[in-house]
Design a protein around this ligand. Structure first.
Ligand code: 3PG
Ligand code: MG
Length: 394
């Protein structure tokens, strides 16, 4: 059932409480390393402000475990938003306090306040009902535009909309767009439908692989997790990153997958985690003891890109190798180029794969890059979001 969006409700003179995902990556010096999550929330933010709504923005940042930690303050995110919106953005030093309430009361039509990190309060991650009610009481309308957090039942995601009672509970444009792209993949893919799954751990992707094996024509495996499969098949993996306790699971996935599941046939290895290490290309399962697999090999890259080029629908989650360290970016780049060259609908899962696609310069050559890591995986696993189910239908 379609959900009511923020565009469906009149916001003029009303106070809108919008949950966004401003959980942005930070550099060592605390500066915002990538502001895509902030920029992707702008359409919903601007829609409220331009229609004369009074906007409260709330988010978490990092995992500060229920206590204030200056490292995870949303102050610098607020300053950045101020620049992006080209207008004053107020900041409330405590999400639920008399000070926050006063700032909300002082909002005028078309103005905005950002609340300090919700996870400075234990109630947020505990999904506390009272904490949710304190937030909900400040507003007339609720909006969830925090796609990256939709797989969580934190108070701001679930207790708050519940506490809103009969007041409007909507989704924002980012959540609407993300769910549309990712659900279309699952329910309505054009064939051939190819999934490319990489990253470090098989354990993170078990449910995704299982679900996608039921829907896709091909599931291509790369990244370090491929070496756990190699180990399961009795191959030598040298010093490669593996999960020995997941070998049985990998064997079961190979049995279930049959011809649909493709594993690398060769590997680009190094004797160190650096660009100038000694390098070697070997057949899968033949990695010498002092080397580790750092990328899919060229034969695998050719095989995968041929499959990708003829695909009509593609979902990609997780890099093929250590793309941060050339030449081990080769496999990830080759796959990205094949996606860009093909005639397809391509959706890239968030987290590492989004970082890879941005860093390698392919972001504008794919259909959609998700802002959600865990959330996009949850949708690909076929999970429903309680945080979205609780909102109003149209
Ligand atoms: C994310 O980046 O995955 C979301 O912002 C959710 O954060 P969390 O994994 O700390 O709950
Ligand atoms: Mg996460």
């Amino acid at each position: 059932m379609a959900k009511k969006t923020i565009a469906d409700v009149g916001v003029a003179g009303k106070t809108v409480l919008m949950r966004v995902d401003f959980n942005v990556p930070l550099n060592d010096d605390g500066k915002i390393a990538d502001d895509i999550r902030i920029r992707m929330a702008l359409p919903s933010i601007q829609s409220v402000l331009q229609r004369g709504g009074r906007l409260i923005l709330m988010s978490h940042l990092g995992r500060p475990k229920g206590v204030p930690d200056p490292k995870y303050s949303l102050k610098s995110v607020t300053e950045h938003l101020d620049t992006l919106l080209d207008g004053p953005v107020a900041f409330a030093r405590n999400a639920v306090s008399d000070n926050a309430k006063a700032q909300v009361s002082a909002l005028t039509d078309g103005s905005v306040v950002v609340l300090e990190n919700l996870r400075f309060h234990p109630g947020e991650q505990e999904g506390d009902v009272e904490f949710g009610k304190a937030l909900a009481d400040m507003a007339d309308i609720y909006c969830n535009d925090a796609f990256g957090t939709c797989h969580r039942k934190d108070a701001s995601m679930f207790a708050v909309p519940l506490a809103m009672g009969k007041k409007p509970k909507t989704i924002g444009f980012l959540v609407a767009k993300e769910i549309e792209y990712l659900s279309n993949l699952i329910w309505n893919p054009k064939q051939p439908f190819v999934a490319i799954l990489g990253g470090k751990k098989v354990s993170d992707k078990i449910n995704v692989i299982n679900n996608l094996l039921g829907i896709c024509d091909r599931v291509l495996i790369g990244g370090a997790m491929a070496y756990t499969f190699v180990l399961a098949q009795g191959g030598s993996v040298g010093k490669s990153l593996v999960e020995p306790d997941k070998v049985d699971l990998a064997t079961r996935l190979v049995d279930n997958g049959g011809e649909k599941l493709l594993l690398p046939i060769d590997s680009h290895c190094g004797d160190d985690f650096s660009s100038n290490c000694n390098k070697l290309i070997v057949a899968a399962g033949e990695i010498p003891s002092n080397f580790q697999g750092l990328d899919i090999g060229p034969a695998t890259a050719n095989m995968y890109t041929d499959i990708v080029k003829s695909a009509k629908t593609i979902v990609w989650n997780g890099p093929m190798g250590v793309f941060e360290i050339p030449p081990f970016d080769y496999g990830t780049k080759a796959v990205a180029q094949a996606i860009a060259d093909g005639d397809n609908i391509s959706v890239i899962g968030g987290g590492d794969s989004a970082a890879a696609i941005n860093q390698l310069g392919f972001a504008d050559k794919v259909t959609h890059v998700s802002t959600g890591g865990g959330a996009s995986l949850a949708l690909l696993e076929g999970q429903a979001f309680a945080a979205v189910d609780v909102l109003d239908n149209t």
